[in-house]
Design a protein around this ligand. Structure first.
Ligand SMILES: Nc1ncnc2c1ncn2[C@@H]1O[C@H](COP(=O)(O)OP(=O)(O)OP(=O)(O)O)[C@@H](O)[C@H]1O
Length: 541
């Protein structure tokens, strides 16, 4: 078993898993017992006893096992589903806890689709680790052992045969089928690919064939690849036939062994005749114990690969981490960049080279410059999404690397160019800025950013759509700004908050921002829209 898979198994609720396994084994044993007592009952009835009372215990047992089996199966499903849902919750929470410190810097290069696949498809795959992999294996071991032990009470040789046949059906057949299936599938895939290529060559070369050998060579090649394909399919079919025959034949062998071994004892008078059919049918029922193992083997590869992919994310180191003993946040919220250089991984040139910048307490600074010059990178450094390669970024004179990440991010409210909205209510999205904001404060901030219309539709408690899809890009940007205005941070880091807005609205917002008693670092492409309250810093390449 691989280390990532063990890591997943550690998250499984143990008590529930044990209960699920015991219930699963009981279901199988009930099934086998039901067959065994039914066999005994039929034999007993065939012997025409003088009174049916002698059959009463068997009749009761048939009823008991008949009723118990579905009830136990229901209980087992309840337990394993509950366990699976708890496991998914733990897996998702663990994965997100891993991802959050990685974002955004250490996830550079990770494709969104790949991350989504890990969070969804891989976790979906892993959620079956108990139901599809562990439970069938442990249930097989448990139920198989009990069935062999019970059989030994009737006939020790039969118990030995049953044990061997259970191992053959549960281990040897699936392992051999998987090995053979893998090479067969590879051969079939190679034959399919070569056949497809030959057909394409034949069609593409039609004009050439007309002037050449009439296509005889291409057809010969196609015939050969068709033969390969047919051979691969025949070998796959043979494998299916052999495994199906073994799956059906091994239990039949068990049945024959029971009839022969117990029949011999019955004939010798050492065993009661009632036990002949009971043993034969009970043995047949016991093979259900290993019935789930084939699917478990098939699931094993997928589960192991998913565990590996998820574990790989956990192995990545965040680009920024909390210091071992963080200093307390200074009262002075002045941001200071000194000789800051930042080069992104894999980039040929530095995004920022030797930057000096001050945003004093309450000061309004506009950062401007051509696209790609590094303006957003300055905000990323202020938030400590990344650390500078060289130089320092300080808050109130304390290097950001000496403060806890939570303190750095509490000091600054950031609005990116395209703020993220959650598929939730408008109020919930705004309260991400300040969870205890009252409705009146939400209404006021919406008025400040010119979003009064959203109070009618969708309304404070109305849904904004997945990722805010029911709002326009400009509205989403202003909800992001409103969220930052609500936050009690002494510094605002705003990345082009007025980019989507018309002139008068942009002017009104900039006027509001300039009047705040907090420091504002504003990235903008339109410094001409700013009045004298702003100090403009121009970045050059
Ligand atoms: N995560 C990243 N990985 C690699 N390179 C990056 C990353 N983010 C930004 N860059 C590069 O760093 C440089 C500065 O980017 P930045 O986004 O800071 O510029 P900007 O001035 O804000 O641009 P714009 O005005 O277009 O938003 C650009 O060349 C950009 O391609």
């Amino acid at each position: 078993m691989t280390a990532p898979l063990l890591g997943v198994l550690r998250l499984v609720p143990r008590g529930r898993a044990a209960l699920g396994v015991v219930l699963g084994a009981l279901v199988i044993l009930c099934g086998a017992a039901l067959l065994a007592v039914s066999g005994a009952l039929i034999t007993g009835a065939a012997q025409r006893p003088e009174t049916l009372l002698v059959l009463l215990p068997l009749i009761t047992a048939v009823r008991l096992f008949g009723v118990a089996r579905p009830v136990l199966r229901y209980a087992e499903r309840l337990v394993t589903h509950d366990l699976t849902l708890r496991l998914v919750g733990r897996l998702r929470a663990g994965l997100l806890a891993t991802l959050v410190p990685l974002a955004p810097a250490a996830l550079t290069g990770a494709r969104g689709g790949d991350l989504l696949a890990r969070v969804r498809a891989d976790v979906d795959e892993l959620q079956g680790v108990v139901v599809r992999l562990v439970a069938p294996a442990v249930v097989a071991g448990l139920a198989g052992t009990v069935a062999v032990a019970l059989t030994a009470l009737v006939s020790p040789p039969l118990a030995g045969v049953l044990g061997v046949l259970l191992v053959v059906l549960g281990v040897v057949v699936p392992v051999a089928a998987r090995r053979a299936g893998r090479s067969g599938a590879t051969a079939a895939a190679a034959a399919d690919a070569s056949h497809g290529a030959d057909v394409l060559d034949l069609v593409r070369g039609l004009a050439d064939h007309a002037t050449g050998d009439g296509g005889a060579t291409a057809l010969r090649l196609l015939d050969a690849s068709l033969d390969d394909q047919a051979r691969a399919e025949r070998s796959e079919a043979r494998l299916t036939a052999v495994t199906t025959a073994l799956r059906e034949g091994v239990p039949a062998l068990g049945l024959l062994a029971a009839l022969w071994l117990v029949g011999r004892d019955v004939a010798a008078g050492t065993t009661a005749p009632l036990l002949l059919a009971a043993a034969a049918l009970g043995v047949l029922g016991a093979f259900e114990a290993v019935g789930g193992l084939g699917a478990a083997y098939a699931a094993a590869d997928g589960v192991r690969a998913a565990a590996g992919r998820v574990a790989e994310l956990g192995a990545r180191r965040p680009a920024v981490t909390d210091p071992p003993s963080p200093r307390s946040r200074p009262d002075d919220p002045a941001l200071r960049f000194r000789a800051v250089t930042l080069t992104y991984l894999g980039a040929g040139t530095a995004a920022l080279g030797g930057l000096d910048l001050d945003v004093g307490a309450g000061e309004k600074v506009a950062l401007t410059g051509p696209s790609g010059v590094g303006k957003s990178s300055v905000l990323a450094l202020a938030l400590r999404a990344r650390d500078p390669d060289v130089g320092t970024v300080t808050l109130g004179g304390v290097d950001l690397r000496e403060l806890s990440l939570a303190e750095v991010r509490a000091a600054s409210a950031w609005v990116p160019q395209a703020p993220t909205l959650l598929g939730s209510s408008l109020a919930a999205n705004l309260r991400l800025g300040r969870p205890d904001a009252t409705d009146a404060e939400l209404v006021e901030v919406l008025h400040t950013v010119g979003l009064d219309a959203l109070l009618d539709a969708p309304g404070l408690d109305g849904w904004v759509g997945e990722g805010g899809s029911r709002l326009s890009a400009g509205e989403r940007a202003r909800v992001g700004l409103a969220r930052a205005l609500l936050a009690p941070a002494p510094v605002l880091l705003l990345d082009e908050p007025t980019a989507h807005l018309d002139g008068p609205l942009a002017a009104r917002l900039l006027d509001h921002l300039a009047g705040l008693d907090r420091g504002v670092l504003l990235v903008t492409h339109r410094p001409d829209a700013l009045d004298g309250r702003w100090r403009t810093v121009s970045l050059t390449a």
